[in-house]
Design a protein around this ligand. Sequence first.
Ligand code: BDR
Ligand code: CA
Length: 312
Amino acid sequence: MRKFIIDTDTGSDDAIALIMALKSKEINIEAITTVCGNITLEQATLNALMTIEVTDTVKPPVFSGSSKPLKRKLETAEGVHGQDGMGGKGLIHPTLKKTGSNAVEKILSIVEENPGEIEIITIGPVTNLAQAILEAPETMKKVKHIYSMATGGFGPGNVTPVAEFNVYVDAEAFDIMLRSDIPITIAGFDICIGDAAFNEDEINFLRSSESSLARFAMDINSQKIEWNIKTYNRYAVNLPDPVAMAVALWDDIVIEKVEAHCHTCIKEEAAYGQVIVDTGKFGNKTEDFNAVVIKSIDADLYKKRLIKLLVD
Ligand code: BDR
Ligand code: CA
């Protein structure tokens, strides 16, 4: 059985990624660790607990972690995800309680107890991970693999012209993770948009489903759907974190991936949070590869599986 830790700033698309993992019979979720990002740490933790409760399968322990980025002031994304990060519809009243407030310590102890076995999925800013790496770099080298929803991949950013949200919130942390020598696979924003976004028919199908879980998944993304219409003039919703979770769970959806040296820009304000993906193609690569970057996925297969999982 694969052993996962999921690190999340639980907003509306994180919640769907959590549902995917919570419904998977192939993995054991050792812990869900929360971090600030889309929303405050406290709200992200409530959102994760609510998602576990609504999914009603396994009940992994939830540990809250960092309430602010390593160096910068926190910038949240209520405009995209709603004032509670979950569509702003007043749906979030979990009865489950978190297990502790020591996410970093917990990540380290789980990795230490399961050397070479733990796979970490990061679907938010990676502040918790960076802190774990700074505190015990040798322990963190025992992580089997990190799957990370972060960067524009081979495309532009979604917060600034060059920076994607999860990196932009804490680029110093992302830089630390990339330098950690842990095997990393990056699912960037570019593979989560276009055909991978849910279109109007798919949204309506889920909204009118008999499955309360499918309706919950759409309700919490209602603000994101509105935001997509306003921003891209398209009735659709891109769900980056479920794509990253799918890459981790269902490797047959991956069509093309490449090794690259990924460099995080942290020094110049205009480029803050940009990740330069150097595949060596131009003959100017100066440093070793430190990540695998997904170039394309089978968007139809991914969406078909996710829809089935939500309605079944
Ligand atoms: C990422 O930023 C957040 O808004 C989403 O939850 C996702 O993790 C996409 O850039
Ligand atoms: Ca997220």
